[in-house]
Design a protein around this ligand. Structure first.
Ligand code: FE
Length: 204
């Protein structure tokens, strides 16, 4: 396959399958660059985890978290909106993948509203043996005072929870949002039917 750096001809599902099957040709793409190959070898040059990078920065939980969300990775039936497949790794401070970490995602809909009565656009999943997570969801809209963002809590087995937020590149309101942190920008790339967003978390 020659389109290793261009995902626009591939569906999100095809890209996701390639990413999960490490070693696929699509791994030549920067957004899909692997942390781990197979179960063991760790690539030392991964930009999101190295000696110059500290742990992922925390951010405020905000007022809209609801306790005890369901286990769910596919939010697409919860709300209409521009489709996004969010992928990444949960890594320890040694850059090694953490299996069995809880990844809890919640965010606003395409009108900038949260579901505060139910669990639409809310759910958690657990990282696989290679420390990977993925969600099928939509792009949230901005709301009063806030640029578009995802809220995330990551809890490793027997570890401390990291609460943070993720941001979209090239959003005009990013710089106007006092909570915005450029260290929490996702890498985003278009597929044929939506976007692939990548963020790797490094726990302290
Ligand atoms: Fe929010």
């Amino acid at each position: 396959m020659s389109a290793t750096n261009n995902l626009s001809s591939l569906s999100r599902r095809t890209v996701l399958k390639g990413w999960l099957a490490a070693g696929s040709a699509v791994l030549g793409n920067a957004v899909l660059a692997p942390i781990a190959q197979g179960d063991e070898a760790i690539l030392p040059t991964t930009p999101s985890c190295g000696p110059d990078d500290g742990p992922t920065r925390s951010s405020t939980e905000g007022p809209f978290y609801t306790d005890n969300p369901p286990e769910k990775r596919d939010f697409r039936s919860d709300a209409n909106g521009s489709p996004i497949t969010l992928i990444g790794y949960v890594l320890g401070s040694d850059c090694k993948p953490i299996a069995g970490a809880t990844v809890d995602l919640w965010h606003a809909n395409q009108d900038g509203e949260y579901d505060n009565r139910g669990f639409k656009l809310r759910g958690y999943q657990t990282t696989d043996a290679q420390g990977r997570y993925y969600f099928e969801t939509i792009r949230p809209a901005e709301y009063a005072g806030r640029t578009p963002h995802y809220h995330i809590k990551i809890t490793p087995p027997n570890g401390r929870t990291l609460t943070t937020q993720l941001y979209f590149p090239n959003e005009p309101r990013n710089e106007l949002d006092h909570l915005y942190d450029s260290a929490l920008l996702m890498k985003l790339q278009s597929a044929s039917d939506g976007d692939i967003a990548r963020f790797d978390f490094v726990l302290a």
